[in-house]
Write a protein that binds this ligand. Sequence first.
Ligand SMILES: C[S@@+](CC[C@H](N)C(=O)[O-])C[C@H]1O[C@@H](n2cnc3c(N)ncnc32)[C@H](O)[C@@H]1O
Length: 322
Amino acid sequence: MTLRALSLRHLDAASEPALHSLLDHLKGAGHDFVPPSPASHRRVLARDPGRPAQSLRDVFGWSLPFAPDLLPGRLFEDLRKADLAVEEGGMWRSRVRVARLAGELFLHSAFPTSQEDAVFFGPDTYRFAAFLKAELTHADPGGVLVDIGAGSGAGAVVAMRLARPTRTILTDINPSAMRLAGVNLRQAGCAGELVLGEGLDEVAGPLDLVIANPPFIAGEDGHAYRDGGDLHGARVALEWTEAAMDRLAPGGRLLLYTGSAIVEGEDLLFQAVAAMAADGPFELRRQELDPDIFGEQLSDPAYADVDRIAAVGIIVRRRGHA
Ligand SMILES: C[S@@+](CC[C@H](N)C(=O)[O-])C[C@H]1O[C@@H](n2cnc3c(N)ncnc32)[C@H](O)[C@@H]1O
Protein backbone atom coordinates (compact mmCIF):
# COMPACT_ATOMS: atom_id res chain seq x y z
CA MET A 1 0.00 0.00 0.00
CA THR A 2 1.31 3.44 -0.93
CA LEU A 3 0.42 6.14 1.55
CA ARG A 4 -0.90 9.38 0.05
CA ALA A 5 0.72 12.71 0.97
CA LEU A 6 -1.78 14.86 2.87
CA SER A 7 -1.83 18.65 2.62
CA LEU A 8 -2.35 21.03 5.52
CA ARG A 9 -3.10 24.00 3.29
CA HIS A 10 -6.71 24.36 4.48
CA LEU A 11 -5.80 24.76 8.17
CA ASP A 12 -7.10 27.97 9.73
CA ALA A 13 -7.89 29.36 13.17
CA ALA A 14 -10.97 27.10 13.32
CA SER A 15 -8.68 24.01 13.20
CA GLU A 16 -6.80 25.03 16.34
CA PRO A 17 -9.17 23.71 19.04
CA ALA A 18 -8.97 20.20 17.51
CA LEU A 19 -5.17 20.41 17.35
CA HIS A 20 -5.04 21.47 21.01
CA SER A 21 -7.36 18.69 22.08
CA LEU A 22 -5.20 16.18 20.17
CA LEU A 23 -2.05 17.38 21.95
CA ASP A 24 -3.82 17.47 25.33
CA HIS A 25 -4.92 13.90 24.80
CA LEU A 26 -1.51 12.65 23.64
CA LYS A 27 0.21 14.39 26.57
CA GLY A 28 -2.12 12.63 28.96
CA ALA A 29 -1.44 9.30 27.24
CA GLY A 30 2.36 9.81 27.48
CA HIS A 31 2.78 9.83 23.68
CA ASP A 32 6.42 9.44 22.67
CA PHE A 33 7.59 9.25 19.07
CA VAL A 34 10.85 10.28 17.39
CA PRO A 35 10.31 10.58 13.64
CA PRO A 36 13.09 8.89 11.66
CA SER A 37 14.29 10.05 8.23
CA PRO A 38 11.83 9.48 5.36
CA ALA A 39 14.08 6.65 4.06
CA SER A 40 13.99 4.84 7.43
CA HIS A 41 10.25 5.47 7.82
CA ARG A 42 9.64 3.90 4.39
CA ARG A 43 11.77 0.86 5.27
CA VAL A 44 9.94 0.28 8.55
CA LEU A 45 6.52 0.44 6.84
CA ALA A 46 7.70 -1.89 4.04
CA ARG A 47 8.21 -4.69 6.58
CA ASP A 48 4.45 -5.10 6.85
CA PRO A 49 2.70 -3.31 3.98
CA GLY A 50 -0.99 -2.68 4.49
CA ARG A 51 -0.80 -2.98 8.29
CA PRO A 52 -3.55 -0.88 9.92
CA ALA A 53 -2.79 1.19 13.00
CA GLN A 54 -3.05 -0.62 16.33
CA SER A 55 -2.04 2.20 18.65
CA LEU A 56 -1.89 5.99 18.88
CA ARG A 57 1.84 5.78 17.99
CA ASP A 58 0.85 4.06 14.75
CA VAL A 59 -1.68 6.81 13.97
CA PHE A 60 0.28 9.90 15.02
CA GLY A 61 3.84 8.58 14.58
CA TRP A 62 3.86 6.10 11.69
CA SER A 63 0.93 7.80 9.88
CA LEU A 64 -0.87 4.46 9.40
CA PRO A 65 -4.54 4.13 8.40
CA PHE A 66 -6.83 3.63 11.41
CA ALA A 67 -10.36 2.64 12.30
CA PRO A 68 -12.32 5.44 14.08
CA ASP A 69 -12.87 3.39 17.26
CA LEU A 70 -9.10 3.23 17.87
CA LEU A 71 -9.24 6.87 19.02
CA PRO A 72 -10.64 7.47 22.51
CA GLY A 73 -13.64 9.64 23.42
CA ARG A 74 -14.47 12.48 21.05
CA LEU A 75 -11.02 12.66 19.50
CA PHE A 76 -11.96 11.11 16.16
CA GLU A 77 -15.04 13.34 15.79
CA ASP A 78 -13.00 16.46 16.65
CA LEU A 79 -10.34 15.57 14.08
CA ARG A 80 -12.86 14.65 11.40
CA LYS A 81 -14.87 17.84 11.84
CA ALA A 82 -11.70 19.91 11.55
CA ASP A 83 -10.73 17.93 8.41
CA LEU A 84 -7.62 16.66 10.18
CA ALA A 85 -8.63 13.04 9.55
CA VAL A 86 -9.10 11.96 5.93
CA GLU A 87 -10.99 8.89 4.68
CA GLU A 88 -8.94 6.50 2.56
CA GLY A 89 -10.35 3.18 1.33
CA GLY A 90 -12.71 2.68 4.28
CA MET A 91 -10.05 3.64 6.85
CA TRP A 92 -8.88 7.06 8.09
CA ARG A 93 -5.55 8.85 8.20
CA SER A 94 -4.39 11.79 10.27
CA ARG A 95 -3.04 14.81 8.38
CA VAL A 96 -0.63 15.48 11.27
CA ARG A 97 2.02 13.56 13.17
CA VAL A 98 3.18 14.36 16.68
CA ALA A 99 6.83 14.12 17.77
CA ARG A 100 8.43 14.42 21.20
CA LEU A 101 11.51 16.58 21.69
CA ALA A 102 12.91 18.03 24.92
CA GLY A 103 9.87 16.80 26.83
CA GLU A 104 7.37 18.64 24.59
CA LEU A 105 5.06 17.45 21.81
CA PHE A 106 5.23 19.01 18.33
CA LEU A 107 2.67 18.77 15.53
CA HIS A 108 4.10 18.33 12.03
CA SER A 109 3.04 16.84 8.67
CA ALA A 110 1.97 13.24 8.14
CA PHE A 111 4.27 10.84 6.28
CA PRO A 112 5.03 10.99 3.39
CA THR A 113 6.05 14.64 3.24
CA SER A 114 5.90 15.05 -0.53
CA GLN A 115 3.42 17.95 -0.39
CA GLU A 116 5.01 21.33 -1.14
CA ASP A 117 3.67 22.74 2.12
CA ALA A 118 4.81 19.83 4.32
CA VAL A 119 5.77 20.96 7.82
CA PHE A 120 9.19 19.53 8.57
CA PHE A 121 10.31 17.66 11.68
CA GLY A 122 13.09 15.06 11.52
CA PRO A 123 16.54 13.96 12.67
CA ASP A 124 17.93 17.40 11.70
CA THR A 125 15.53 18.98 14.20
CA TYR A 126 17.10 16.86 16.98
CA ARG A 127 20.67 17.73 15.89
CA PHE A 128 19.65 21.41 15.71
CA ALA A 129 18.16 21.22 19.22
CA ALA A 130 21.31 19.55 20.61
CA PHE A 131 23.48 22.27 19.02
CA LEU A 132 21.27 24.98 20.57
CA LYS A 133 21.47 23.31 23.96
CA ALA A 134 25.27 23.12 23.80
CA GLU A 135 25.57 26.80 22.83
CA LEU A 136 22.84 28.32 25.01
CA THR A 137 23.09 26.48 28.33
CA HIS A 138 24.89 29.42 29.96
CA ALA A 139 23.34 32.21 27.83
CA ASP A 140 22.54 35.54 29.46
CA PRO A 141 18.76 35.99 29.70
CA GLY A 142 16.85 38.67 27.76
CA GLY A 143 17.00 40.23 24.31
CA VAL A 144 15.32 39.48 21.00
CA LEU A 145 15.38 35.93 19.60
CA VAL A 146 14.49 35.07 16.00
CA ASP A 147 14.10 31.55 14.58
CA ILE A 148 14.33 31.80 10.76
CA GLY A 149 12.46 29.02 8.91
CA ALA A 150 11.02 27.90 12.23
CA GLY A 151 8.88 25.04 10.86
CA SER A 152 7.08 23.42 13.81
CA GLY A 153 8.74 25.88 16.22
CA ALA A 154 10.80 23.19 18.00
CA GLY A 155 14.08 25.13 17.76
CA ALA A 156 12.40 28.29 19.07
CA VAL A 157 10.96 26.43 22.08
CA VAL A 158 14.35 24.90 22.96
CA ALA A 159 16.11 28.28 22.57
CA MET A 160 13.46 30.14 24.59
CA ARG A 161 13.82 27.73 27.50
CA LEU A 162 17.59 28.27 27.58
CA ALA A 163 18.02 31.93 26.58
CA ARG A 164 14.82 33.34 28.17
CA PRO A 165 14.44 36.18 25.63
CA THR A 166 12.15 39.14 26.24
CA ARG A 167 10.76 38.87 22.70
CA THR A 168 10.67 35.93 20.26
CA ILE A 169 9.89 36.01 16.54
CA LEU A 170 9.43 32.94 14.31
CA THR A 171 9.52 33.30 10.52
CA ASP A 172 8.64 30.84 7.75
CA ILE A 173 7.40 31.02 4.16
CA ASN A 174 5.05 28.12 4.80
CA PRO A 175 1.69 29.24 6.30
CA SER A 176 0.95 25.67 7.47
CA ALA A 177 4.21 25.72 9.46
CA MET A 178 3.25 29.00 11.15
CA ARG A 179 -0.19 27.59 12.00
CA LEU A 180 1.23 24.44 13.65
CA ALA A 181 4.05 26.41 15.31
CA GLY A 182 1.46 28.68 16.98
CA VAL A 183 -0.30 25.67 18.52
CA ASN A 184 2.99 23.98 19.47
CA LEU A 185 4.26 27.11 21.23
CA ARG A 186 1.02 27.59 23.18
CA GLN A 187 1.15 23.94 24.29
CA ALA A 188 4.74 24.41 25.46
CA GLY A 189 3.71 27.52 27.43
CA CYS A 190 5.82 29.79 25.21
CA ALA A 191 4.84 33.07 23.53
CA GLY A 192 6.21 34.07 20.14
CA GLU A 193 5.29 36.31 17.19
CA LEU A 194 4.64 34.40 13.96
CA VAL A 195 5.83 36.19 10.82
CA LEU A 196 5.00 34.76 7.42
CA GLY A 197 7.73 35.73 4.97
CA GLU A 198 11.11 35.11 3.36
CA GLY A 199 14.11 34.79 5.67
CA LEU A 200 14.44 37.96 7.77
CA ASP A 201 12.76 40.23 5.19
CA GLU A 202 9.98 41.22 7.61
CA VAL A 203 12.18 41.47 10.72
CA ALA A 204 14.18 44.57 11.70
CA GLY A 205 17.22 44.54 13.98
CA PRO A 206 18.92 44.81 16.34
CA LEU A 207 18.69 41.08 17.16
CA ASP A 208 20.43 39.40 20.08
CA LEU A 209 20.06 35.77 19.07
CA VAL A 210 19.23 34.38 15.65
CA ILE A 211 18.84 30.63 15.18
CA ALA A 212 18.23 28.74 11.94
CA ASN A 213 18.07 25.26 10.43
CA PRO A 214 17.64 26.20 6.74
CA PRO A 215 16.81 23.85 3.88
CA PHE A 216 20.14 22.55 2.52
CA ILE A 217 19.59 19.95 -0.19
CA ALA A 218 20.97 21.15 -3.56
CA GLY A 219 18.47 22.32 -6.15
CA GLU A 220 14.84 23.35 -6.38
CA ASP A 221 12.44 20.40 -6.43
CA GLY A 222 9.48 22.33 -5.03
CA HIS A 223 9.87 21.58 -1.30
CA ALA A 224 10.47 24.61 0.87
CA TYR A 225 11.73 22.48 3.77
CA ARG A 226 14.60 20.95 1.74
CA ASP A 227 15.47 23.13 -1.32
CA GLY A 228 18.70 24.92 -0.46
CA GLY A 229 19.28 26.23 -4.02
CA ASP A 230 22.63 26.39 -5.80
CA LEU A 231 26.12 26.34 -4.21
CA HIS A 232 25.51 22.64 -3.40
CA GLY A 233 22.41 23.65 -1.44
CA ALA A 234 24.10 26.41 0.60
CA ARG A 235 22.40 29.40 -1.11
CA VAL A 236 19.54 29.80 1.38
CA ALA A 237 21.88 29.35 4.38
CA LEU A 238 24.21 32.05 3.01
CA GLU A 239 21.36 34.49 2.36
CA TRP A 240 20.01 34.01 5.90
CA THR A 241 23.52 34.38 7.35
CA GLU A 242 24.07 37.66 5.52
CA ALA A 243 20.66 38.98 6.62
CA ALA A 244 21.35 37.99 10.24
CA MET A 245 24.84 39.57 10.23
CA ASP A 246 23.29 42.86 9.04
CA ARG A 247 20.90 42.85 11.99
CA LEU A 248 22.93 41.40 14.90
CA ALA A 249 23.19 43.67 17.96
CA PRO A 250 26.65 44.15 19.54
CA GLY A 251 27.37 40.85 21.35
CA GLY A 252 24.56 39.20 19.37
CA ARG A 253 24.96 35.72 17.88
CA LEU A 254 23.75 33.70 14.93
CA LEU A 255 23.57 29.94 15.61
CA LEU A 256 23.28 28.28 12.21
CA TYR A 257 22.75 24.53 12.03
CA THR A 258 22.99 23.07 8.54
CA GLY A 259 24.18 20.28 6.26
CA SER A 260 27.27 21.52 4.44
CA ALA A 261 28.82 20.01 1.30
CA ILE A 262 32.48 19.12 1.79
CA VAL A 263 34.43 19.40 -1.47
CA GLU A 264 38.03 18.14 -1.53
CA GLY A 265 38.07 18.37 2.25
CA GLU A 266 36.84 21.99 2.38
CA ASP A 267 33.57 23.27 3.85
CA LEU A 268 32.51 25.67 1.09
CA LEU A 269 29.67 27.20 3.10
CA PHE A 270 31.94 28.01 6.02
CA GLN A 271 34.52 29.51 3.64
CA ALA A 272 31.80 31.73 2.11
CA VAL A 273 30.61 32.85 5.59
CA ALA A 274 34.22 33.59 6.59
CA ALA A 275 34.64 35.72 3.43
CA MET A 276 31.48 37.70 4.31
CA ALA A 277 32.66 38.25 7.90
CA ALA A 278 36.27 39.06 7.00
CA ASP A 279 36.00 42.86 6.95
CA GLY A 280 33.39 43.20 9.68
CA PRO A 281 33.27 43.14 13.49
CA PHE A 282 32.59 39.40 13.68
CA GLU A 283 33.99 36.30 15.37
CA LEU A 284 33.35 32.92 13.79
CA ARG A 285 33.36 29.35 15.01
CA ARG A 286 32.49 26.09 13.31
CA GLN A 287 31.70 22.71 14.82
CA GLU A 288 31.31 19.50 12.91
CA LEU A 289 28.37 17.76 14.56
CA ASP A 290 28.17 14.70 12.27
CA PRO A 291 30.66 13.99 9.48
CA ASP A 292 28.25 12.23 7.12
CA ILE A 293 24.49 12.82 6.76
CA PHE A 294 22.16 12.23 3.77
CA GLY A 295 24.79 10.02 2.06
CA GLU A 296 22.16 8.93 -0.50
CA GLN A 297 22.25 12.47 -2.01
CA LEU A 298 25.80 11.88 -3.25
CA SER A 299 24.42 9.87 -6.21
CA ASP A 300 22.69 13.07 -7.44
CA PRO A 301 24.63 14.86 -10.21
CA ALA A 302 24.42 18.11 -8.20
CA TYR A 303 26.83 16.46 -5.71
CA ALA A 304 29.23 15.01 -8.32
CA ASP A 305 32.26 16.73 -6.74
CA VAL A 306 31.15 16.39 -3.09
CA ASP A 307 33.02 14.10 -0.63
CA ARG A 308 30.26 14.08 1.98
CA ILE A 309 27.58 16.26 3.57
CA ALA A 310 28.52 17.21 7.13
CA ALA A 311 26.10 18.43 9.79
CA VAL A 312 27.71 21.62 11.06
CA GLY A 313 27.04 24.32 13.60
CA ILE A 314 28.31 27.77 12.59
CA ILE A 315 28.42 30.51 15.22
CA VAL A 316 28.73 34.14 14.11
CA ARG A 317 29.10 36.72 16.91
CA ARG A 318 29.12 40.49 16.43
CA ARG A 319 31.85 41.88 18.67
CA GLY A 320 30.87 44.21 21.49
CA HIS A 321 28.56 44.10 24.47
CA ALA A 322 24.81 44.40 24.63
C1 LIG B 1 14.85 22.13 7.37
S1 LIG B 1 13.34 22.91 7.75
C2 LIG B 1 13.66 23.32 9.48
C3 LIG B 1 12.40 23.56 10.27
C4 LIG B 1 12.66 23.76 11.77
N1 LIG B 1 13.47 24.94 12.01
C5 LIG B 1 13.29 22.54 12.36
O1 LIG B 1 14.47 22.61 12.73
O2 LIG B 1 12.61 21.51 12.48
C6 LIG B 1 13.52 24.48 6.95
C7 LIG B 1 12.35 25.44 7.15
O3 LIG B 1 12.64 26.66 6.44
C8 LIG B 1 11.46 27.11 5.81
N2 LIG B 1 11.88 27.95 4.66
C9 LIG B 1 12.38 27.56 3.47
N3 LIG B 1 12.71 28.62 2.71
C10 LIG B 1 12.41 29.72 3.45
C11 LIG B 1 12.53 31.12 3.23
N4 LIG B 1 13.03 31.60 2.09
N5 LIG B 1 12.17 31.96 4.22
C12 LIG B 1 11.64 31.48 5.39
N6 LIG B 1 11.50 30.16 5.65
C13 LIG B 1 11.87 29.30 4.70
C14 LIG B 1 10.71 25.86 5.42
O4 LIG B 1 9.34 26.11 5.20
C15 LIG B 1 11.01 24.96 6.63
O5 LIG B 1 10.03 25.14 7.64
